[in-house]
Design a protein around this ligand. Structure first.
Ligand code: HEC
Length: 104
């Protein structure tokens, strides 16, 4: 299982290398970031629950930003889980728009 996921990732990354670089936010770039940084916990299919994290398809940009940059929630948001397992990934600040497009 682990090996096939890894093989899939490699395939995915090399397939994406051949695409022309797009400027500006894009769902494609968001998908790359998602597969590189999120699927350790969330499902490769964001409409489904992952090994650790919940389904996150349809998350707003405000929610993604708060979670990914600070491991927080936007004011008034009711989290899907009460746990605090997710780590902040502030190095992804430049990819929030891409992630939001991919997950919308
Ligand atoms: C270490 C595992 C882990 C990683 C890596 C991770 N998450 Fe999470 N995520 C979780 C868990 C677990 C939750 C549920 C709340 C908690 O326990 O922190 C969560 C919750 C969320 C939520 C809120 C869901 C809701 O509506 O309540 C969003 C949005 C989210 N993650 C997005 C992301 C994105 C985007 C990435 C990649 C940039 C990512 N996560 C990477 C584990 C992870």
């Amino acid at each position: 299982m682990k090996t096939s996921v890894f093989a899939f990732l490699l395939l995915f990354v090399s397939a994406c290398d051949k695409k022309p670089e797009t400027t500006g936010p894009s769902a494609d770039k968001g998908k790359q970031v998602y597969f590189a940084s999120c699927i350790a916990c969330h499902s490769a299919d964001p409409t489904k629950d992952g090994t650790v994290g919940p389904a996150i398809k349809g998350s707003s940009k405000a929610l993604i930003e708060a979670r990914v940059l600070k491991a927080e929630y936007p004011p008034g948001y009711k989290p899907k889980r009460d746990t605090k397992l997710m780590v902040a990934l502030p190095q992804l600040a430049a990819s929030i728009d891409d992630l939001a497009l991919f997950l919308q």
